[in-house]
Design a protein around this ligand. Structure first.
Ligand code: NAG
Ligand code: NAG
Ligand code: NAG
Ligand code: NAG
Ligand code: NAG
Length: 657
């Protein structure tokens, strides 16, 4: 051996012993994590990049950093990145690598939760709807078709993630396998073992893989398996010691970890806005940190379910567009009283970085925008249905027609004269999820899953029946995640099954962003019906160039409008439904606004626009309203009750059967 080689080897050994080798491990002897050999405890916050515009990632991460957090946790929703089989998107708002890089540059380590199932109040818990093309697929199990799709996806995703592992120079310290699997009926250990092997094969033997389950033995039973470090999740207000005892049953040694400590709670359309007091959060957080536990605050910022991304709970209760969550940073990233309270708790355990906290972004009231009517959905079918109509004897579902999200129009005719009101029904509760029914161009009523299964119709034989069906978001938790959309069972008229359907798959987002929708012909005087036909409306407003600091964020409010979808400059902001609440305003991030051109507002109103009386406005305001009082809708309230129980066993809604 030459002297030079010896010198190099000695140098390498020296470097190694100095801790040049990055490592992250579980120390079972001392009940802690070790980072580069040193004891490490994380105080982390959840942030979902899929719910925040890319331009705001840095702002939100910096605010989290200034709260004293040393880690962030995020989900990777599969359906956000593989919208159709083999077609991947990882750019712009979906650039998860850029997000990880930003987090590392700011000084965080990352807890990654790549699914394949994530729950998260996200459409179908992050699973792509196209998995349902196999009708009887058993999701989250060893079903070979499901496994084949998972293997392919993970074969794409995990090699991308590998360079970002801590030991490879990146920020990712731990990777979660599946999500709260112990709450799922299948209890398929082979599936979990398969995932564990799959993750290991792509990520290597060094990475700490873990699972998360409710803090109860019944959850941990099917959720935890060997080689995956078992952690628990629970909210504030309960007995922290008792909750961690559940983890100790699965992991007698190793660090205590609460992977989802709830800072707030989710909402459902038709129930009250969830609020959890800062004092309650602070008390339990303090107790956990005093025990030396690792904690992830879920959510630290909730963000927004833009477009169609919200999920739903079962019995069917969809979540609204806002995912504010009453988190320490608001939906729009605003600093709240809860933020400062949590920061003071963290300060007792971690050094808070020096320097200013990025301020709350200013909001601007752009005022009132006059809206005018464009075509109805039925009149615009040729422009909206890119693939043209499909005929079939019985109705087909969204996925059979290769559509995942949004709206589909089902058309047939009255087979007989209905001179007296005749019930048009969905006897098997097959309206998924809401249907706007018209006969010969007159709205006759609304059908809604679990709620309204019949409307009366009159008309001559041969009258055209149009049924616009809205997918309001797929169930994200439990057995119901195989949530087919559209007319999923036959409709009847009187005693007869309605036959011979013409179905129009609708590409509304494309039509809106390409400006394809035309002005309407002068409308006939509105019929006596209480509802108008589903139709588009447009308006525009100018933000003058040269005013410093504009454009700024804002909120859109649709007073007297009932229910629908709204776009600005072709960007789908999400659903509005102020008549049901609790959400009244939608967050409009400044990055979709323009000072160079007029800003275009497009509204699809499904029930009744306030335009018949002449005035027809939307408003831009500087204050959000997420908590409007609503009439009680019982399913939603049941979830609120569960939360109010407040036990240590309190689980994410993702775990309530
Ligand atoms: C919390 O739970 C622990 C362990 O089960 C128990 O010893 C303790 O008494 C409980 N504390 C309270 C305040 O109930
Ligand atoms: C339909 O009409 C019948 C007879 O007029 C009435 O009893 C029933 O309540 C109506 N149903 C609905 C859903 O309006
Ligand atoms: C409609 O009814 C027919 C005849 O009973 C049946 O074959 C078909 O599967 C049903 N379609 C749906 C969507 O339920
Ligand atoms: C709004 O629509 C007009 C007319 O189609 C178009 O010229 C303009 O560029 C649009 N504005 C933006 C910001 O895209
Ligand atoms: C809604 O929230 C605002 C701001 O926190 C509060 O002032 C108001 O009282 C709340 N309204 C309801 C109905 O809870």
């Amino acid at each position: 051996m030459s002297l030079l080689r010896l010198a190099v080897i000695l140098l390498l050994l020296f470097a190694f012993s100095l801790g040049e080798h990055r490592s992250f491990t579980v120390d079972y002897k001392n009940d802690c994590f070790r980072k580069d050999g040193e004891t490490f405890r994380y105080i982390s916050g959840s942030i979902h990049y899929s719910r925040i515009p890319r331009v705001y990632w840095k702002d939100r991460l910096l605010k989290m950093y200034m709260a004293g957090l040393n880690a962030i946790q995020t989900y990777i929703p599969w359906n956000y990145h593989e919208e159709s089989p083999g077609r991947y998107s990882f750019s712009g708002d979906r650039d998860v690598e850029y997000f990880l890089q930003l987090a590392q540059d700011i000084g965080f380590v990352v807890i990654l939760r790549p699914g394949p199932y994530v729950c998260g109040e996200w459409d179908m818990g992050g699973l792509p709807a196209w998995l349902l093309t196999k009708k009887d697929i058993v999701l989250r199990s060893s079903d070979p078709d499901y496994i084949a799709a998972v293997d392919k996806w993970m074969g794409k995703l995990l090699p991308m993630m590998k360079p970002y592992l801590y030991q490879n120079g990146g920020p990712i310290i731990t990777v979660q396998v599946e999500n709260e699997y112990g709450s799922y009926f299948a209890c398929d250990y082979n599936y979990m073992r398969h995932l564990s092997k799959l993750f290991r094969s792509y990520l290597g033997d060094e990475v700490v893989l873990f699972t998360t389950d409710g803090a109860g033995l019944n959850y941990l039973k099917c959720g935890s398996i060997q080689d995956l470090y078992a952690t628990v999740d629970f909210g504030p207000g309960g007995n922290v010691t008792a909750a961690f005892e559940a983890q100790r049953h699965a992991e007698p040694h190793g660090p205590l970890v609460n992977s989802e400590f709830y800072t707030g709670w989710l909402d459902h359309w038709g129930s009250h806005h969830s609020v959890v007091s800062s004092a309650r959060v602070a008390k339990s957080l303090n107790e956990m940190l005093a025990m030396g536990a690792n904690v992830n605050l879920y959510m630290f910022i909730g963000g927004t379910n833009f477009g169609y991304w919200n999920g739903a709970n079962s019995p069917y209760a969809p979540q609204p567009t806002s995912y504010d969550y009453d988190a320490p940073l608001s939906e729009a990233g605003d600093l709240t009283e809860k933020y400062y309270t949590i920061r003071e708790v963290i300060r007792m355990y971690n050094k808070i970085p020096a320097g200013p906290i990025p301020p709350t972004t200013p909001k601007y009231s752009y005022g009132t925008v006059v809206m005018t009517q464009l075509q109805t959905v039925s009149d615009a079918l040729e422009k909206l249905s890119f693939s043209g109509p499909v005929k079939s004897m019985y109705p087909q579902t969204f996925i059979e027609l290769n559509q995942a999200f949004g709206y589909m129009l089902y058309r047939t005719v009255l087979p007989v004269d209905c001179s007296t009101p005749t019930p048009l029904s969905s006897p098997l509760n097959g309206i998924h999820d809401r249907a706007y029914v018209s006969v010969d161009g007159v709205s006759v009523g609304i059908l809604e899953r679990n709620k309204a299964l019949t409307v009366n119709v009159t008309g001559k034989a041969g009258s055209q029946v149009d049924i616009l069906v809205e997918n309001m978001g797929r169930i994200n938790y439990g057995k119901g995640i195989n949530d087919f959309k559209g007319l999923v069972s036959n409709l009847t008229l009187g005693a007869d099954t309605l036959l011979d359907w013409i179905m129009y798959s609708l590409s509304i987002d494309e039509a809106v962003s390409q400006g394809l929708l035309g002005e309407t012909k002068p409308t006939d005087p509105p019929p006596l019906a209480a509802l108008s036909l589903p139709a588009f409306y447009k308006g525009s407003f100018i933000i003058p160039d040269g005013i410093p600091d504009l454009p700024q964020d804002t909120y859109i409010k649709l007073p007297q409008w009932r229910k629908g979808q709204v776009w600005i400059n072709g960007f789908n902001l999400g659903r509005y439904w102020p008549s049901r609440g609790p959400q009244v305003t939608l967050f409009v991030p400044a990055n979709i606004l323009s000072t160079a051109q007029p800003n275009n507002v497009t509204v699809l109103e499904l029930e009744e626009a306030p335009c018949s009386s002449g005035t027809c406005n939307v408003e831009f305001t500087s204050t959000p309203i997420l908590n409007a009082t609503v009439q009680a809708h019982h399913e939603g309230d049941a979830y609120v009750k569960l939360r109010e129980l407040g036990a240590a066993q309190e689980k994410s809604i993702c775990d309530i059967h």
